[in-house]
Design a protein around this ligand. Sequence first.
Ligand SMILES: *Cc1c(COP(=O)(O)O)cnc(C)c1O
Length: 374
Amino acid sequence: MKVPFYGHVRQYNSIKSEIDANIKTVIESGEYVMGPMLKKFEAEFAKFSKTQYAIGVANGTDAIWLSLLALGVGPGDEVITHTNTFFATAEAIWFTGATAVFVDCDPLTKCLDPKKIKAAITPKTKAIIPVHLYGQCADMPAIRKIADKHKLFVIEDNAQAIDAAGPDFRIGELSDAVATSFIIQKNLGCFGDGGMVITNNPEIDRLVRKMRNHGSDKRSQHSFGFNSRLDDIHAGILSAKLKHIHANNDLRRKLAKRYTKGLKKAKSFTLPYVVPGARHVFHLYVVETVDPAKRDSLLKFLADSGIDAKSHYPIAIHQQTGYPWDKQARIVGKMTNAERNAASCVSLPMFPELTEDEVDYTVQKCMEWDKANA
Ligand SMILES: *Cc1c(COP(=O)(O)O)cnc(C)c1O
C-alpha cells in the first residue's frame, strides 16, 4: 500500500463543483484583485473567527509581518517566540528590523512555554508570538497575563490551527492580532499562497488593510506600504472550503484518535499530547522517537513501506546556519525541549481524506518498527 502525506487532489475532487463554481464566478466577473469575492470571503472569515475584522494578505508570513508593523514594531525592538516552528515565524520578525528573542518550548505541547518568557523580557521587548503548533493552541491565558503585566502585544501565529480552541478560550480572544496561512498544505488551503490577519482592533485593521495595498486607502494616495493582497480566485476557493473546515477538522480528530488507539502500546516513540478540554485540529500528527538517534531509521522504515512520513521541523530555527545570528537574534536559556523535538519528530500522514485503511496500515508498520526497536 502507498500512503501519501497530502490529499490535495482528493479534497478538490470531494467538493469540485463548489470550488469550480466560485472560480467561474470570479473569472466571469472580470474582477480579480480586491474584488467582491475577496470582500465576501473576508466577511465570512471574520464571522467564522468571531472577530470584528479579517484582512486577506498574500501569505502567512506577510500576515505576521504586517501585524507586527501595524503594532509599530521595528528596529531596536525585541519580539519573543520559540524555535521549533516553521522558519517564517522568525523571518517575519527579522523583516521588521526587530530582534527575535528565542525561548524554549513546553515539553508536552511543544508550544511556547509561558514559564520561559519572563527571563527574556527587557525594556526593548514589544511583543510575544506564540505559535499554535501542530494544530493545538499555546497556553494563551498564561501568555496574556505576562503580556498585560509588562504591556506587551501578543500576535498568534495561527498558520497551523484554524478552528482549534483552548479549553476555555477562543483563538483571537486573548491577542492583539492573529496571523494565518492558506498555503495549500494548511488545514484551510487555497491553490497556491494566501494569508489572513484577524483582529478586533480597528487601528490594526486600518493599517494592515492599507499596507497590503501600497499604503493606499484612497485612489492614487500612498503612504508606507507594500503589495501583499489575497487574489479573488484564491478567496473563492477558500470561501468554498471554509464551509467544510469544521467537518474536515473533525475528520482529522477522528483519524488522530484512531492513530492514538493503535499506537498507544508503543515503547520506542511517544504520541501527541492533547491539553484536556482543548480542540486540537491535528494539522500534523507528530510522534517522537524516545531515542533521537533512531528517528531517521523510523522515517526510512516507513518510506520503504510506501508511507510518506516527514519531519516538522528537523532543524530548529536557532540551529539554522543561514542567518547572521549576531545581528538580530538572542537565545535566552537552554533550548533542551526544542532541540529534542527537532531531533526526534516524525509526522505521520494526516489529512481529512486519509482512509481508515491507510491509518491502520501506517499503525501496523509503526508497531512493527517499534517491536524491533523498543
Ligand atoms: C506555514 C507557516 C507559516 C508561513 O505561512 P506562509 O503562508 O507559507 O507564508 C508561518 N508560521 C507557521 C507556524 C507555519 O506553519
